[in-house]
Design a protein around this ligand. Structure first.
Ligand SMILES: Nc1ncnc2c1ncn2[C@@H]1O[C@H](COP(=O)(O)OP(=O)(O)OP(=O)(O)O)[C@@H](O)[C@H]1O
Ligand SMILES: [Mg+2]
Length: 230
């Protein structure tokens, strides 16, 4: 399998406060095209920090990250956003929807940034929101949606970008079992059918069977790796 992401000795130390926190410590891993990888571990073990670094939204303190062969550590602020735009979609733990835009406008914005024709975009945004079960709520603002509905808008928005790498931070955290599985099955199909690399952090052990590989984090390190038996 071809590598989408390769990290070596990746480390993040937060030092904003009075005490330093080593949130991720010397993580070396390879994430491939066509696989769905689960990042599991207790709260505070470093999952969001690790995903944010490989998603090019947080600078590592040490170590290296290659995205499709591009070394991104040390890349300047003008080049890095291009890598992010070309390769990565991120589903945030806190959704990060634009509050003044409706569900469909949140999805359309990404399509606009991609330069996709308006008529095509409109249809695609509607299709994606229908896939995640929000056809009735396309024109609602985020404040008028439940946590689970906002989460599904965030998923639809990430799918709209068509990126080869999809990083999802607790994408089923606010969803009931049925909707959680639906979202995970959408992500799994993207990996299998379109050779995307999908990495999902989760506490939800009801979705463990979806993953090809599970990386277990503790205290900023990957302490165990399990592969799907098949
Ligand atoms: N901006 C920050 N400044 C200082 N410390 C931070 C910051 N962000 C996270 N941390 C600390 O880094 C460690 C890892 O946090 P992180 O958010 O990566 O964990 P997580 O595994 O995603 O947890 P959760 O499951 O609760 O989302 C924690 O001890 C956290 O308190
Ligand atoms: Mg987290």
């Amino acid at each position: 399998m071809d590598a989408a992401i390769v990290t070596k000795d990746l480390t993040k130390i937060y030092a904003e406060g009075r005490i330093e926190v080593k949130a991720v410590s010397s993580v070396t891993l390879q994430l491939n095209e066509g696989e769905v990888v689960g990042l599991l571990g207790p709260s505070g073990s470093g999952k969001t920090t690790l995903l944010s670094m490989i998603g090019c939204i947080l600078r590592p303190t040490d170590g290296s990250i290659k995205i499709y062969g591009n070394e991104i550590t040390g890349m300047d602020e003008t080049t890095l956003p291009n890598i992010r735009k070309k390769y990565i979609s991120f589903i945030f733990q806190g959704f990060n929807l634009f509050p003044a835009l409706t569900a469909i406008e949140n999805v359309l914005l990404i399509l606009k940034l991609k330069g996709i024709n308006k008529n095509v975009s409109n249809q695609r945004a509607k299709d994606l929101l229908t896939v995640v079960g929000l056809s009735e709520r396309m024109h609602f603002l985020p404040r008028d949606l439940s946590g689970g509905q906002k989460q599904r808008v965030a998923v639809a928005r990430a799918l709209a970008a068509n990126s080869p790498i999809i990083l999802a931070d607790e994408p089923t955290g606010n969803l009931d079992y049925t909707n959680g599985r639906k979202v995970m099955e959408i992500l799994r199909n993207l990996a299998v059918e379109q050779k995307r690399c999908v990495v999902v952090s989760t506490h939800d052990n009801r979705i463990e069977d979806i993953f090809d590989r599970i990386l277990l984090m503790e205290d900023g390190q990957i302490i165990n790796e399990k592969r799907r038996l098949s």
